[in-house]
Design a protein around this ligand. Structure first.
Ligand code: C5P
Length: 411
């Protein structure tokens, strides 16, 4: 199979991470780590106040780049505020303190970070973090409103218990939420300047997570699928503008914002939900680890323990993906195969048996429950590996290929 270069799903890949003075600065470390895992180049710029909360050495170690703090430091490439902002595809201020938001609103430029925000020619995203009274203060609210009117993207804040012990609005979004939302904002931006394939108006159904097959009122048969891969694919599809229906077994994953989420327990419930939502579906991606069998007659009451052996009769579950792929006019169907051995052989046999144009194989021992994975794509022309990366990065690469096929760019 010809190795098609996998274009980045988010062509925007150089971010200035601005850190201002606030206790939420510690979350910036994890946020930077997640961006880097997604292949983004991160240049950290900190205010003097931020250095009281987290050290430049920490951020330098995480990003592999010297951290910029002082506007008067000599730089090899001329004026730091111009050169640094020109090299960036976006500036993200996380955390953005009340003071820094006020500065941005009024166009002040009295340190390196505020100066390069003013000198930028790229999107600016801010993640406010402050005490709830500071957030609710009329001045802050006025400033935030003005920033939004000026085209700045404001992500959060969230409500909850604050570092000061008070409770209310003002907590910075968690690092994972920020990494996800920044990806979405940047995707929308690159979309508006016509840089990427898209799935706007396309209805996509994704099954995810494990299923749970009841044995009795309290016990059941399930598996160790975390749902991470399916949820990451839902997120990647949303970023391409698709209308996503995510039909999921029990997982602890946060719901992707913008998806229609349908929670189910058993394979039969998943099957019913899929049939109910199939109309108009252009792409079906079966990521769920559907139990192959269910208990023939689950007990309504808890089964009492006894000394006698207990035999459970298991009957096969419907194969949801095979059903969809064998409809007279099926959507483009993508399957997943987790195998513990002979991956290529089993995956290709599965693809043919279920009549799938595309099957994604992975090794169960590497994939289940972990944050990273390696995928092998099997289709009519052979196979292609998406090398080891975090699941959101892989999901974006996979959705990119699916979108290209959908647009007829790839066969
Ligand atoms: O046959 P196997 O379970 O290995 O196939 C895996 C693929 O089929 C996955 O895409 C999974 O979501 C789908 N599947 C299904 N319904 C089943 C079993 C598997 O949709 N009952």
């Amino acid at each position: 199979m010809k190795q098609e270069p996998i274009k980045r799903i988010v062509p925007v890949n150089r971010i200035i991470l601005g850190i201002t003075g606030g206790i939420a600065a510690y979350k910036a470390a994890e946020f930077a780590r997640l961006l880097i895992k997604q292949g983004v180049e991160v240049q950290v710029v900190m205010t003097e106040a931020a250095c009281h909360f987290i050290t430049p050495a920490t951020m330098q170690a995480l990003t592999g780049r010297p951290v910029l703090v002082n506007q008067w430091d000599a730089t090899p490439n001329g004026m730091a505020h111009i050169a640094t902002s020109r090299a960036a595809d976006a500036i993200v201020i996380a955390p953005a303190s009340a003071d820094f938001i006020a500065k941005l609103t009024h166009g002040l430029a009295d340190d390196l970070l505020s100066t390069l925000c003013l000198a930028r020619n790229c999107p600016l995203i801010v993640a406010p973090a402050m005490n709830r009274e500071m957030w609710l203060n009329a001045a802050t609210q006025r400033n935030v409103k003005q920033l939004v009117a000026d085209g700045v993207q404001v992500l959060g804040p969230d409500s909850g218990v604050q570092a000061c012990g008070e409770e209310g609005m003002g907590r910075m979004l968690e690092a994972a939420e920020l990494a996800r939302d920044v990806g979405r904002v940047l995707t929308r931006h690159s979309d508006s300047v016509g840089l990427k394939p898209d799935l706007r108006g396309q209805k996509i159904i994704i099954t995810a997570g494990p299923t749970y097959e009841a044995i009795d009122a309290v016990r059941g048969i399930t598996n160790r699928s975390s749902g991470k891969m399916g949820y990451a694919i839902a997120q990647a599809a949303l970023e391409l503008g698709a209308e996503v229906t995510l039909i999921s077994g029990p997982t602890a994953q946060p719901k992707p914002q913008g998806a229609q989420c349908v929670d189910v327990q058993s394979a039969e419930q998943m099957f019913d939900a899929v049939k109910q939502h199939l109309s108009g579906c252009a792409i079906f991606i079966g990521v769920a680890a559907v139990a192959d069998y269910r208990v023939a007659q689950p007990s309504v009451q808890k089964i009492k323990k006894s000394a006698a052996p207990l035999t459970l009769e298991l009957v096969p579950n419907p194969d949801i993906l095979a059903y969809v792929a064998n409809l007279p006019n099926p959507p483009f169907c993508v399957g997943f195969a987790a195998e513990s051995e002979n991956l290529a052989e089993y995956a290709e046999a599965k693809r043919r048996a279920k009549k799938l144009p595309l099957l994604v194989g992975n090794l169960a021992q590497q994939a289940i429950g972990s944050d990273d994975n390696e995928l092998i794509l099997f289709d009519d022309s052979g196979r292609q590996t998406l090398p080891r990366a975090d699941k959101l990065t892989l999901a974006r690469q996979l959705m990119q290929r699916i979108a290209q096929r959908n647009q007829g760019v790839l066969k």
